[in-house]
Design a binder for this molecule. Sequence first.
Ligand code: SF4
Length: 328
Amino acid sequence: MQLKIDFETNSIKEMVDISIQRIQQFEPPEGYYVAFSGGKDSIILLILMIMSDVKFHLYHALTGIDPPVIKKIVDQLVKQDLCTIVKSGTTMWKLIPKKKMPPSRMVRYCCEELKEAGGKGRFVTTGVRHAESSKRSKRTLVEYDSYGSQSKKAKKERRKFNLMNDNDNKRRMIEHCQIKGKNILNPIIDWSDNDVWEFIHKNKNLLEALGIEYPYLYDHGWDRIGCLGCPLAKSSTRIKEFLEFPVYYINYLKSFDRMIEVRLDNDMDTEWENGEQVMQWWLEIKNKKEFTEVDRMIKQKYLEQKEKAYGNNNKIMDHVIKNCNRKI
Ligand code: SF4
């Protein structure tokens, strides 16, 4: 497929050329395993793979906590035989009680369990970028580690969880992951946020040519689309996500309730009495009054969406909402 790219600046043209060279230079005989999240970085990666004229196939790790627009894009690519959905066999809702703690920036067990299952023995490409990580590294790291054991084993486990995750600023253009037995190429690792936005905004028509939807949330002030409620994102971002998709907030509350039960069953120290208290800690909202207002607004949105779900056309959301029945 021939794709014609529009550039506003020469620097983007250069970035594209360099990324294509990287992709072509390392092309493995069996073709690349492209880790496709459905967000802007991986959409750019897809376009670059096509432009590079190399052998590849997309693999989307189904997390179950992505916004419905991602599912739609992935389904559109699956229909064209460009993408395969990789199921981990678990969900965030099962993992939270199983791990007996919510995922956090320090212990990102969900990435390990939900996103990194596939690609063993393959040459993997990702849309990982340093700019994403430097933005994150400026954030204050507030970790209230009520569950965190200081034993050597626990520390080793935490280090293991943090390996190869997401946009870590230790990531390189070429990587070898011994634990997972895969080589990884990150061809857009040095693209800035501006490069990415310029490319995406100038080339919306390319998505149409590829038969995939433009993720409308980018035009509604979202700068990242991925796991809803991800602990790597800022508190305000997560609240915004939950206001748009409140059913996921309710599902997190349900999982936190179950997590507390499991912790008590296992005689673990637990100050939390209900899912809401865990949520306040998890969203890093120190002020109780502020949290109560956030909680009220999101639950109100949920009730409104639940009422609408029975007559609306968004099948994915309807399904999720109808299956969510926590008392609020
Ligand atoms: S929620 Fe965040 S940390 Fe967890 S799998 Fe998703 S991206 Fe990784």
